[in-house]
Design a protein around this ligand. Structure first.
Ligand SMILES: Cc1ncc(COP(=O)(O)O)c(C=O)c1O
Length: 416
């Protein structure tokens, strides 16, 4: 899905750059693509780590999605936005006691357990609060999803309980009094773009569920799959075809009817990138153009301090140049940071640019603003805007260098 830049062209031209602009209706459309095509048992949960803005929570809550959270902050935001705790799952390694306590106090649907020690910790916290807490066991799967950008299985991981540790868990099962093990959770990869890998992933997740049941001797009621569905960052017609994936998944589900037909069985599909990446663009403007030896550099306001992902993952995002130039140039686009890492594009063919031209970097709605390193070099932070229905509103103010300096605490006497 391509961001409708033309629809917002006046706003883009007239707004102080750099900024992020999100289109809330794209979030809804992406959610609907899953809901309309996938097996009806599936509940979609938005992974807040992709974009923690409270207005994203609001949109997803209103269309019936759940929220997958990974910190006290994300949980607090969901509670503040009135998300039903039964629509929240809490995943992530090394959860704090504060976070676990808040989760148990609010009886969220599930804490996804990352280690046997964490299971014991939750049991103790629940006992102290005189509660029973539902948990899903996050399993570090032996299977691996080849060809995906980020692998989260198939070897030693800081995430989840190894399949081979389940025997150890079986021995401890009788000692837990205040937890209810409701199901399993598996998140094996991110940015998966191959349909057959997705189908195999789901097949393997059901096999894993059976293995867990057989090994620890319980019957579960939930399978929670961190989908890792990818998006076509390079715009090379590699978009996932949700109709065809949905059809094939229905076959996988039919082969696992014995499990799915259990009373109140839940299937949760977590997604961050697929639901939100295409909803956002990072907008900035050209401030300098120079050549060095045989290379041409276009330099822009901002940089990877605002959108780190292209440098972090070495994965470029499609760039649109908002001018009418039909002549092309081979250029590298860099930002204001004093590091050779600060590039959005290296030697790309793009329309010839001039100082003052506006560029948009697509697919910046996931792992954009919040995954970056905003404080580096004390540059202004970008603002964030949300277009929804007929309005465009600011949803996060910029922070300028004076604000950044004023946040620091000057010591009155420093002994050197
Ligand atoms: C447990 C879990 N679930 C879901 C996600 C979302 O992944 P994606 O953005 O690839 O959908 C993540 C991402 O790190 C995760 O750690």
């Amino acid at each position: 899905m391509r961001f409708p830049t033309n629809k917002y062209i006046e706003f883009i031209k007239n707004t102080k750059k750099p900024f992020f602009l999100y289109d809330g209706e794209i979030l809804e459309k992406k959610y609907k693509l899953i809901k309309d095509n996938f097996p009806e048992e599936i509940d979609v949960f938005f992974s807040m780590k992709a974009n923690p803005n409270i207005n994203f929570i609001k949109i997803f809550k209103n269309i019936g999605a759940g929220l997958e959270i990974a910190s006290v902050g994300e949980l607090t935001a969901c509670l503040k936005m009135g998300v039903n705790p039964k629509k929240i799952v809490f995943a992530g390694p090394a959860k704090s006691i504060e976070g676990l306590t808040l989760a148990v106090e609010n009886s969220i649907y599930s804490i996804n357990i990352e280690s046997i020690q964490e299971l014991k910790r939750v049991d103790k916290i629940a006992e102290k609060l005189n509660k029973k807490q539902v948990v899903n066991l996050r399993i570090n799967p032996k299977f691996k999803i080849e060809n995906s950008l980020l692998q989260m299985g198939g070897g030693a991981m800081k995430f989840g309980i190894d399949e081979d540790q389940l025997i150890e868990l079986k021995e401890e099962m009788n000692s837990f009094k205040n937890i209810i093990i409701d199901g399993i959770h598996v998140f094996a990869a991110s940015q998966i773009l191959k349909e057959e890998l997705i189908i195999e992933y789901f097949e393997n997740a059901f096999k894993l569920l059976r293995k867990v049941e057989n090994t620890i001797g319980i019957k579960v009621k939930t399978i929670d799959i961190g989908s890792g569905f990818g998006i076509d960052y390079e715009k090379k017609n590699n978009e996932l075809n949700m109709v065809s994936i949905g059809k094939n998944l229905k076959d996988v589900f039919n082969k696992n009817r014995d499990i799915l037909d259990r009373d109140n069985f839940k299937v949760i599909l977590e997604s961050g990138r697929y639901l939100s990446a295409e909803s956002g663009v990072y907008v900035t403007e050209v401030t300098d153009i120079k050549t060095s030896i045989d290379k041409k550099f276009v330099l822009v306001k901002g940089g990877i301090n605002h959108l780190l992902r292209p440098a972090l993952i070495k994965h470029s995002h499609k760039i649109e140049v908002l001018n009418e130039n039909i002549e092309n140039d081979v250029v590298s686009i860099g930002g204001q940071l004093c590091t050779g890492l600060d590039f959005f594009a290296i030697d790309q063919i793009l329309p010839k640019m001039e100082i003052g031209d506006i560029i948009t970097i697509l697919d910046a709605g996931a792992y954009g603003y919040s995954e970056s390193m905003l404080y580096f070099l004390s540059h202004d932070f970008p603002s964030e805007y949300l277009a929804y229905k007929t309005e465009i509103n600011m949803i996060r103010k910029s922070k300028n260098s004076i604000d950044i300096i004023n946040e620091q605490i000057e010591l009155s006497e420093l002994i050197i």
